[in-house]
Write a protein that binds this ligand. Structure first.
Ligand SMILES: Cc1cc2nc3c(=O)[nH]c(=O)nc-3n(C[C@H](O)[C@H](O)[C@H](O)COP(=O)(O)O)c2cc1C
Length: 215
């Protein structure tokens, strides 16, 4: 399960979904109402429930130049669930799911999941993930963080979630914004145990990421 909530950082979500699909994982996707605003702001894409396949293709497959940058076939492995559909399959613990990645996670989403509000399908699936003792990764994106949010993040940690701030690192030889995006997405996949090659791992050599043969 991948939940995209309304924090800034929709490129992280795209990179995580692509990474899961590249690793051969099927993806169940929930996109919150608020995240449509961030997606519109950050990509220009209007995400519509009724046309989710077209909009997802524009988001995940096409580059800014309108040409395909990623394989089209991967979209066959995405199942999309409208955020308002609380009767959807994944709202039940009986729905087969390995775990959930919330990327990015807004502070509103953090609060909702910490309190078990289930105000939409995304929050409900997160609560189900916790109650079923499945892995939950929460890639929170906000700065600075209020004491209230910090306490809610501790509550999520204590409930078994991995709290993973969307904070890119610069030790992996980043030269483009996409490198920073891929670092965060790669750490999310690491937390879920999904193999990937999104960033260069630390090898104990200062400056190693800059060497031409660095891998
Ligand atoms: C352009 C834009 C950027 C936003 N960025 C953030 C953010 O980085 N972090 C955050 O916690 N909320 C952010 N918000 C506010 C959330 O979208 C808002 O709290 C919303 O209620 C979240 O709802 P959701 O968790 O159901 O998606 C942003 C809103 C907009 C319109």
């Amino acid at each position: 399960m991948v939940g995209v909530s309304g924090a800034s950082g929709t490129p992280y979500a795209a990179a995580v979904v692509r990474g899961l699909l590249a690793a051969g994982e099927a993806v169940d996707l929930v996109v919150s109402r608020a995240s449509r605003l961030t997606l519109l702001d950050e990509t220009g894409i209007k995400f519509r429930d009724a046309h989710w396949q077209d909009d997802l293709r524009e988001w995940l497959v096409l580059g800014a130049d309108g040409k395909p940058h990623f394989g089209e076939a991967v979209l066959d492995d995405v199942r999309y669930w409208p955020a308002g559909d609380l009767a959807a399959g994944p709202s039940s613990g009986s729905y087969p799911a390995k775990g959930m990645l919330i990327v990015p996670a807004s502070t509103a989403c953090v609060a909702g999941v910490a309190l078990g509000l289930s105000k939409d399908l995304l929050q409900r699936v997160a609560s189900v993930t916790l109650k079923e003792r499945r892995p939950l990764v929460v890639a929170v994106r906000e700065t600075p963080l209020s004491g209230q949010t910090l306490r809610q993040l501790v509550a999520l940690d204590e409930a078994g979630a991995v709290v993973l701030p969307a904070s890119p690192a610069f030790y992996a030889g980043a030269t483009h914004i996409q490198d920073l995006v891929d670092f965060v997405a790669g750490r999310v996949l690491d937390a879920a145990g999904v193999p990937h090659r999104l960033y260069r791992r630390w090898k104990g050599e200062l400056g190693g990421a800059r060497s031409p043969e660095g891998d």
